[in-house]
Design a protein around this ligand. Structure first.
Ligand SMILES: C[S@@+](CC[C@H](N)C(=O)[O-])C[C@H]1O[C@@H](n2cnc3c(N)ncnc32)[C@H](O)[C@@H]1O
Length: 297
């Protein structure tokens, strides 16, 4: 029987869920690597927590003076940050389209008895705006911004925010080098074009209140994951391939032929040596941005 659309897993979602399970982490963001933190797989949760702490401190400053502020966590992943925001005393709702991640979020909410949190199991673009009009003091896009089409982002955010509320975006964007055709171009997909985002903010009802470049604190993660991929995952996959070729030669050749385009893409993206820290720093800009409604308009 075919699965309903909501239960089908996209390749992006598969990547997120696999990374979470293989690395055994609770967060789906990169993390912040500073010189005092040794770059190792074991330290990924610490680097991720440094990132969450940075966001929590920022939320504390942005929401100071508001009684029981209400936040919408857009693309809440496994709900780990959602839980931490609840523990800080914020009222938090979440929107997340991934059925597999939402199962984890629902279990987490039940475990911590978060009965007043509403989880919207859809994408941001499909939120019931009439029901949620001017409901939130803050919209948080923690590494989920790249998935939201920009027109819907501006239109829906204006409806969802209370007057004077703000938006926090922490994610990577495409730099001016995007599409330069050089080796490495397109080896990292995702992210809005930064200059285009700035242009659209200029035309929108929002202004940029804060904009910090975190690229160099995040990019060591790329080096770490690349080492893990080429040093561990690829040799393991090669071993399985050798076994399958021996045990099921015809089937194995057929499957490879059927998947040849996808395999070529995977080889280019992950195995051509272009998925490096330097390439990431050239083509991506990882930014922490705060937007506020532009009251002058
Ligand atoms: C990289 S994960 C980040 C998860 C979490 N915010 C964190 O910082 O660990 C991206 C999240 O965005 C969600 N997402 C993808 N497309 C979305 C959309 N159109 N609207 C809302 N969330 C979306 C994914 O399901 C996933 O939970």
């Amino acid at each position: 029987m075919q699965k309903p659309d909501a239960e089908k897993m996209s390749s992006r979602e598969l990547g997120l869920v696999l990374a979470q399970q293989l690395l055994d982490v609770e967060d789906l963001h990169y993390g912040l690597w500073d010189p005092d933190l040794e770059l190792s797989l074991a330290n990924i949760p610490l680097a991720q927590q440094r990132y969450s702490t940075l966001l929590l401190e920022l939320l504390g400053r942005l929401l100071a003076g508001i009684t029981r502020p209400r936040i919408l966590d857009v693309g809440c992943g496994t709900g780990h940050m959602l839980q931490q925001m609840l523990e800080h005393g914020y009222a938090v709702d979440a929107v997340n389209p991934s059925a597999h991640l939402n199962e984890q979020v629902r279990k987490r909410l039940a475990r911590i008895n978060a009965t007043s949190t509403r989880l919207y199991e859809s994408d941001f673009e499909s939120l019931p705006l009439d029901e949620l009009r001017h409901r939130y003091d803050l919209l948080l896009f923690s590494e989920s911004f790249q998935y939201i089409p920009l027109p819907e982002f501006f239109a829906n955010s204006s409806s969802l925010l209370k007057p004077g509320g703000c938006i926090v975006i922490c994610d990577f964007f495409k730099t001016a080098a995007h599409c330069d055709g050089q080796p490495g171009d397109r080896s990292f997909s995702g992210g809005h074009i930064l200059s285009e985002f700035y242009r659209l903010v200029g035309e929108s009802a929002f202004r940029i209140e804060q904009d910090i470049d975190l690229t160099k604190r995040v990019s060591p993660n790329i080096a770490l994951l690349d080492e893990w991929l080429t040093g561990r995952l690829v040799p393991a996959a090669g071993l399985i391939d050798v076994y399958l070729q021996g045990a099921y030669p015809k089937m194995s050749r057929l499957v490879k032929w059927l998947l040849r385009r996808r395999l070529a893409r995977v080889r280019y993206k992950y195995l051509s040596g272009n998925r490096s820290q330097a390439v990431f720093e050239k083509y991506k800009s990882y930014r922490l941005i705060v937007l506020r409604p532009d009251s002058v308009r």
